[in-house]
Design a protein around this ligand. Sequence first.
Ligand code: ASP
Length: 413
Amino acid sequence: MSFTIRILLAMFLGIFLGSLTNTFQNLFLFELVSIFLVSGLFDVIGQIFINLLKLLVVPLVFVSLVCGVGQVSSGTQLGSIGFKSALLYMLTTSFAIFSALLIASFFSPGAGINIESESTFSAPEAPSLKDTFINIFPTNPVSAMSEGNMLQIIVFALLFGYGLLKIGEKGEKIKNFFENLYQIILQIVNIVILISPIGVFCLIFNIFATLGIEIINDLLEYFLVLSFILVFHAFFTYSIILSLSKLNPYIFFIKMRETMLFAFSTSSSSATMPITLKTVEEKLGVGKSVSSFCVPLGTTINMDGTAIMQGVATIFIAQAFSIDLSFTEYLMVILTATLASIGTAGVPGVGLIMLAMVLQQVGLPVEGIALIIGVDRLLDMIRTAVNVSGDAMVSCIVAKSENKLNETAFNKV
Ligand code: ASP
């Protein structure tokens, strides 16, 4: 059985059996399943699977970036890769939220909703953009790594790699050491991939057994509109951008399907990063000098799927509270959501914090988040898959423009 089929099977079995357990949770047998599997065995396996993926993130980002810097021809090229990636990430995110606002206004998902006034949601405090910018620069590389602060690790790895590049031949041994270290980490990634169908099954089973598929019914219109825009953005907008760069979108998505399934199951771009990096380099042919920078950066600051959620949720909450938004406020939403996706880099549960920032910015009640929180866990799965494919797409485009894309590898199906 091919790997994709195994992952797909694990996912559908998880959805089916999990929903079944939720529906019949009051029956004796399913009660036992809930106690021993949902909060027991499956939870343990699912958490271990996520932990193993996260375990690889810090060493992989550091080691692959140091190796990547060794492959650029000059500091100027490094700057150009950085500039293009950051610009493309911001442009695609603003477009994502713009199209979300446009399409969601057309469908009016929040019209006629009865607000439960006692609903409550308090968003955790988000750091200011200024602090985020200052904090990109680490004071201590070890604590940056122990905290898993991706942007700080990127900065330290770039400086380290630059130093290594500068000492030329003297650094040859260290360079080889990092190359070998990279190969070792990739072997560990392979082990995690091998056990992934089991991990995926346990994660998906637990989500559906806890929430149940019926939860979608309560917010059907919101769920459908948001899912539609997410799918539209991934498959339509990204395809157009890829085609404009003369890259075949069909091949891109065929090669990305497993990574997107990983993102879907783990709901975490960061946990999926080891797989994204491997796919982008090995299957899509992106050179390490681009992928090792673009993928970790994208994982941290590029969240098109999350930005789309901000757009639709803003419209939904505004309509549910019968508040009209002006044109300037719409522009404010686009700006805040784009900046928030950078400003909240590295903060867990980032989607809802960003949403709280957007709502506050345009004067909408933050408690409105309580209306959509029920289905958010399920939508998080879809939007993470979009976030991750956005990171890979931008990596391919930047690599192509820098002549760092192996097109034969990209086109080989
Ligand atoms: N789960 C998303 C991700 O990791 C972020 C979010 O929307 O909360 O990409």
